[in-house]
Design a protein around this ligand. Structure first.
Ligand SMILES: [Zn+2]
Length: 479
């Protein structure tokens, strides 16, 4: 398994070997997520949910089925999503009077209800999120966690009395992405304002967090959308303002796709031995491996169990591996699964009461007195997560390049990462130039950097049409 030489092969191999999913389910584009990945996914859900609740969001659960009449209300939205919708047309052997969409996203389910819930200013802001699955009939090639026809995400839908509050919410969503995906999970990204032609269907503006995979291709991570009043009007999400007049609300939505973020976490941090999981989301944080010696079997086994129990008592996820395999086999196996820390228990250690604590990311080993183990496990775990983030940041920072011609862009894209190029416009009129970039280099225009804002050099020309460039856009090959 060589991650740098052949990432695609590494990815297929590791998702199988580490037992993350089973691709043999007999509906195309649908996969079974297995315990080792789901344990981490649940922890990732918690990290995002905690952050959302800390910023005033409340949880709810909306039905998975959306009647067609809701779906048809916002014109751009329906045009954008219609080609991907799974429809339920029959139930109990009878044809339904109205067909029902399996939600591809929940605007049209939630805003129908929001219009009943919101009457006056005192009902605002309304900030609701739900953790759920959505279904989209993807036509692009599917890959486990990266793209499937069913994915697991959180969607937060917020409603405000003013445009300013909605704009601030967009920034708060970006901050949530920074705190969880980057600070905690160690996955770097850049937020781009998407060009007009690549916005979420129905949004005023879309801001997408683009991360990179080890092969240099970009993967879209959490987007946040300023919906303005585009949905409020057709769904009548309105309130009576202080003057007693009817006003339409301002809305935003934010969608961290947990399964997709997991794809980034395992891809960015893993190495040729397998996964390396950040300490906070590892299903097992410490594995205790008995190194057996004839005559000491019972004592060594007991000590390994005792240490694991003690660590569990301190709130860590620890387990003694008492299977019959050799210590070497166990080391390799748990390293492949990405377990952050390992404690080795041998005959010598029984006497010295000092145990070897090994780190998955650096391979570093340290002797630790038995009583200090819980403290050191905490410190090492934190250091591991921080090191993963630092390593990823260092790599990511070298992946932004510049080009001033189509040839140069093509050459840079072959090396991977983002390439900044001058473009005439990101309005609708810029569409032709983006198409030309796509057909000549297979690169996609991801948009303009949200913060800090960047502009092309004075006198720069659009690399496609040669007209004066108004924007500096980032181009990358995408997943
Ligand atoms: Zn142009």
């Amino acid at each position: 398994m060589d991650k740098t030489k052949n990432f695609s092969e590494w990815y297929s191999e590791i998702t199988k070997q580490a037992g993350l999913c089973d691709l043999r389910y007999n509906v195309k584009g649908f996969v079974v997520f297995m315990p080792w990945s789901v344990s981490s996914l649940k922890k990732m859900y918690s990290l995002f949910e905690r952050e959302l609740e800390a910023t005033g969001h409340k949880p709810a659960l909306f039905p998975a089925l959306i009647p067609e009449e809701n779906f048809l209300k916002e014109k751009e939205h329906v045009e954008g999503f219609a080609p991907e919708v799974f429809w339920v047309t029959e139930a109990g052997g009878e044809k339904l009077e109205q067909k029902l969409a399996m939600r591809p996203t929940s605007e049209t389910a939630m805003y129908k209800m929001y219009s009943l819930w919101i009457q006056g200013v005192s009902d605002l802001p309304l900030k609701i999120y739900q953790s759920c699955q959505v279904w989209r009939h993807e036509t692009k090639a599917t890959r486990p966690f990266i793209r499937s026809r069913e994915f697991h995400w959180i969607e937060a839908h917020d409603v405000f009395a003013t445009q300013k509050e909605a704009e601030d919410q967009v920034k708060q969503d970006m901050n949530t992405t920074e705190k969880v995906m980057h600070k905690t999970l160690g996955v770097p990204f850049i937020y781009f304002q998407r060009p007009e032609w690549d916005k979420f269907a129905g949004a005023v503006h879309t801001y997408g967090a683009d991360s990179l995979m080890p092969d240099g291709r970009t993967i879209q991570q959490p987007s946040t959308h300023l919906l303005g009043q585009n949905f409020a009007k057709p769904f009548n999400v309105s309130f009576t303002n202080e003057k007693g007049e009817k006003d339409y609300c301002w809305q935003t939505c934010y969608g961290p796709a947990i399964s997709r973020i997991y794809a980034s976490v395992i891809s960015v941090h893993g190495d040729n031995k397998g996964l390396i999981l950040p300490f906070q989301i590892a299903p097992l944080q410490v594995v205790v491996v008995p190194v057996q010696k004839k005559g000491f079997e019972k004592k060594i086994g007991e000590k390994a169990r005792e240490i694991a129990e003690k660590l569990c008592g301190h709130g860590f996820l620890a387990e003694a591996d008492e299977s019959n395999a050799t210590p070497g086999f166990k080391y390799n196996y748990w390293e492949m699964k990405g377990v952050p820390l390992r404690v080795e228990v041998g005959a010598r250690e029984l006497e010295s009461k000092e145990f070897v604590l090994a780190r998955r990311d650096t391979g570093e080993k340290m002797k630790v007195a038995e009583n200090d183990l819980p403290k050191k496990v905490g410190e090492f775990g934190e250091a591991l997560s921080e090191n993963l983030r630092k390593r990823a940041d260092e790599w990511f920072s070298k992946q932004v390049h510049s080009a001033n011609s189509m040839d140069e862009l093509g050459e840079q894209l072959d090396k991977g990462g983002f390439v900044k190029v001058p473009l005439c416009s990101v309005e609708m009129s810029g569409h032709n130039c983006a198409d030309e970039i796509k057909s000549k280099t297979t690169g996609d225009v991801r948009g303009t950097r949200f913060h800090p804002e960047e502009k092309p050099a004075a006198g720069a020309k659009c690399i496609a049409c040669g007209k004066p460039a108004k924007e500096l856009v980032y181009v990358a090959r995408q997943y």
